[in-house]
Design a protein around this ligand. Structure first.
Ligand code: NAP
Length: 275
């Protein structure tokens, strides 16, 4: 063996070892056992058919984002709503018959009260809105991830929305000293206080997706968690599983008005949701 391939072999071995050790440490701080969603493909099919017959409508906040895009496709494929309204700051372009029941409302998030009508008459709301501190600064992040999200939920509730599904984050905690986790936890708690008939909180770990927007720091984190995901399932998740879980969960009847799905629960539900 030449010296170069020997060095490369050693480096790969060390890297694999590092990933395994880190995964073991992460597993130590793991989520509790996930809620068990055994294969429920048939149940969901029936539930989906019953749900469809009720002619319900929904809205999506953040449909231009990575999760929102996949969520929209998932909703269209499942075909459980008679109308889907995308509420966002810009008009999106769609072509084809698949989108005939998709409406759009362009709003100014700084003046949401002026757009109360856009939030009226939806049965279910999905929120995948969010920005980052790196992109918007601390104030901008709070504005979007807290103020816009909470105000939208308030207007939706006032407009008759029964179910609200919020994409939050792993580790969300209103008492956290980390701004990101604190804001996510605060908005969860404040929306819970609005008392929707159903409030589902999804707390995914790092979203595994080939992001269109360039975020170099996140790219590195994603690559790392992609490697770790082979040995630890609680820190990251494929974005398709988040969307699948949000849609499947809409059809289920939880025992509690407010439910929290941690990363493993989302993965478990997403994987068992079939189609
Ligand atoms: N990235 C992760 O690894 C990760 C992990 C856990 C949880 N989360 C959370 O999951 C949620 C969705 O994440 P994602 O990565 O799918 O989102 P994303 O791709 O960054 O998309 C964000 C969405 O929010 C909208 N938005 C951002 N800033 C806005 C502003 N100032 N005014 C109005 N709309 C604005 C975007 O609209 P435009 O297209 O018009 O910009 C887009 O529709 C976020 O709450 C995020 O914090 C993310």
């Amino acid at each position: 063996m030449n010296p170069l391939s020997s060095t490369l072999g050693k480096a790969t071995g060390i890297l694999t070892l590092v990933v395994v050790v880190i995964a073991a440490v992460l597993n130590y701080f793991d989520d509790p056992d996930p809620i068990r969603y055994s294969s429920m493909t048939e149940d969901l099919k029936t539930l989906g058919e019953n749900f469809r017959q009720q002619n319900k409508s929904c809205f999506i906040l953040g449909a231009s984002g990575e999760t929102g895009k996949v969520l929209l496709q998932e909703l269209l494929e499942r075909n459980i709503f008679s109308k889907i309204t995308l509420i966002g700051r810009r008009q999106l372009t769609f072509e084809g018959k698949a989108y005939e029941n998709v409406a759009q409302q362009v709003v100014d998030f700084e003046k949401l009260d002026d757009y109360a009508a856009s939030f009226q008459g939806h049965d279910v709301g999905y929120c995948c809105l969010g920005t980052t501190r790196a992109k918007a600064g601390a104030e901008g992040f709070i504005r979007v991830d807290h103020d816009y999200v909470l105000k939208s939920a308030e207007l939706a509730k006032a407009g008759g929305c029964k179910q609200f599904h919020l994409e939050s984050s792993r580790g969300a905690d209103k008492n956290s000293s980390f701004l990101y986790l604190k804001v996510k936890g605060q908005v969860e708690a404040e929306i819970e206080a609005l008392a929707f008939d159903r409030f589902a909180i999804y707390r995914p770990g790092v979203l595994l997706v080939d992001r269109q927007e360039s975020r170099p720091g996140e790219w590195l984190i994603r690559k790392f968690f992609s490697a770790v995901s082979a040995v630890s399932s609680s820190m990251s998740i494929q974005i398709q599983l988040v969307a699948k879980a949000m849609v499947a969960n809409t059809l289920l009847q939880p025992e509690q008005k407010t439910e929290i799905l941690e990363n493993k629960d989302i993965a478990s539900l997403g994987k068992n949701s079939g189609k």
